[in-house]
Write a protein that binds this ligand. Sequence first.
Ligand code: C5P
Length: 221
Amino acid sequence: FDTGVLAGKTVYITAGPTREPLDPVRYISNHSSGKMGYALAEAAVDAGARVRLISGPVNLPAPARMERVLVETAEDMLEASLEGIDGCDIFIAAAAVADYRPTAVAEHKIKKGAEEIMELHLVKNPDIVATVAGRPDKPFTVGFAAETRDLVDYARGKLERKNLDLVVANDVSAPGIGFNSNENAVTLVSRDSELSLPQTSKRQLASQLIRHIAERYTQTR
Ligand code: C5P
C-alpha cells in the first residue's frame, strides 16, 4: 500500500514556459526550463501522491509514474489545470506563464514590410494559479515568485493578491540559481511565517519543498 506524507493525495503541478503564437511560425515565450516543476513532480510521486504534471514545451523526458499533460498556451494550461480540479488536494504553480499573448494569431506568416517599427498588440493572459485559488473549494495552493529585489515583500503581496497558501520566493538576481540552472535557493512565505532554504540542487530542494508543503497542507485540513 501507499506510504509517504502525500499518500492518497492528488497533486497538480504546472511547469515550464507557455508559448503564445503570433502567426503559424512565431511565438512569444521565455527561458523557463521546467526543471523545478519536474523535480517537484518527481518528489511528490516519491511522497506517495497521484500527480498530474501540466507542462509547457520543455526539453525534458516524460517522467514515469505520473500523468503528464502537454500544453502550449496559457489558455491551454488553464484548461488543463481546471480539468478534474475538484479532486485536487494540492496545486503547485511552478510554470513561467506568459503574462500577455498577441491579441490575434495571424492566419498566415506575417510578412516583412517597409516599416522600421512594428507594433504588436498584446492582451493579458488569465492568471492560472489565482483562478484555481479563487475557487470556493480550492486546493492548498502554492505559487512561485521570482524577484530581483524585496523578495519577501513581493512574495507576501502575491500571497494576498492571489489568495495563495504558500509562496516559494526565489531571488533571480543571484548568480547560479533560478531560471535554467540546476540549483536554486528559496524562501517559503506564508501568512505568518518565513523560512529560508539554502542553495542546493533543484532535486534536493524539491524534496524539501514537498515535505514543507505536505506539513502545512496537513495543518490546514
Ligand atoms: O504574478 P507572477 O507572474 O509573478 O506570479 C508568479 C506565480 O503565478 C507563479 O506561481 C506562476 O506559475 C503563477 N502564474 C500563473 N498564471 C499566470 C501568471 C503567473 O499561474 N498567468
